[in-house]
Design a protein around this ligand. Structure first.
Ligand code: HPA
Length: 233
């Protein structure tokens, strides 16, 4: 047990799929897993362990933002011997070249967050995901005919900004979209010699101002979940 996870060590699988929202973790367990059980509900940060097509997997929520993701992914890697975490989340696109519901595989997370520096002295603004995991996901996306954008995203600590410099982040730093958790996740994975990556669905577009409803998001979410789950097989 850790301060934030009450599961027994053996009740967490070596591979974890991590949405931000606890209810999405529940949705994934109920709709995709067999023989699953609830293994954590401390702070309602729900975690379920079960089987996807016979492969043991845990689905656990990360909460929102680097600090929350930082706590849960650190505890899973360090104290539960988790080897692989695949985050599945939503993002705001920084370019009209991306449509709502498009998927992005995150190769690099660019951030002003000081998470990695405070945690382990890492000074760069860019942290990469696992190329090994990415190769598998890219291969699966081809097999499943799922169109995948691949590249760098901006991981921000601030959702509400008065003057959002997203155009500059796209044009100068090649950030395709924004979300709030990958920097801490990739930092922990790198520091602890583990594997992590992230698949995102575009839920809104900062340039065109398009947004999805929560119901629409749920449907788009399906493709992303299937890609993540098929990739662990
Ligand atoms: N900003 C940060 N995170 C997000 C956004 C956004 O616009 N959309 C979805 N996740």
């Amino acid at each position: 047990m850790t301060p934030h996870i009450e599961a027994k060590k053996e009740d967490i699988a070596s591979i974890v799929i991590m949405p931000g929202d606890p209810l999405r973790a529940k949705y994934i367990a109920e709709n995709y897993l067999t023989d699953y059980m609830l293994v954590n509900d401390v702070r309602n940060m729900l975690a379920y362990t079960g089987y996807y097509k016979g492969k043991r997997v845990t689905v656990m929520a990360s909460g929102m933002g680097n600090p929350s993701m930082g706590i849960y992914s650190y505890e899973l890697f360090k104290f539960y011997d988790v080897d692989t975490i695949i985050r599945v989340g939503s993002c705001g696109a920084y370019t009209k070249n991306l449509n709502l519901y498009d998927l992005i595989l995150v190769e690099e997370s660019y951030s002003d967050s000081n998470y990695a520096f405070v945690q382990n002295g890492f000074k760069d603004k860019i942290i990469t995901s696992s190329s090994e995991l990415n190769e598998v996901i890219i291969q699966k996306s081809k097999e499943l005919n799922i169109n995948l954008n691949i590249g760098r995203i901006h991981c921000t600590d601030v959702f509400y900004k008065d003057n959002n410099p997203f155009k500059e982040l796209y044009e100068k730093y090649n950030c395709l979209a924004t979300e709030m958790e990958t920097f801490a996740l990739f930092s922990n994975a790198k520091y602890l010699n583990k594997k992590a990556t992230c698949i995102l669905t575009v839920s809104d577009n900062l340039e065109t101002k398009e947004e999805t409803t929560s119901e629409e998001r749920q449907n788009a979410f399906t493709q992303m979940i299937e890609l993540a789950l098929e990739s662990i097989l």
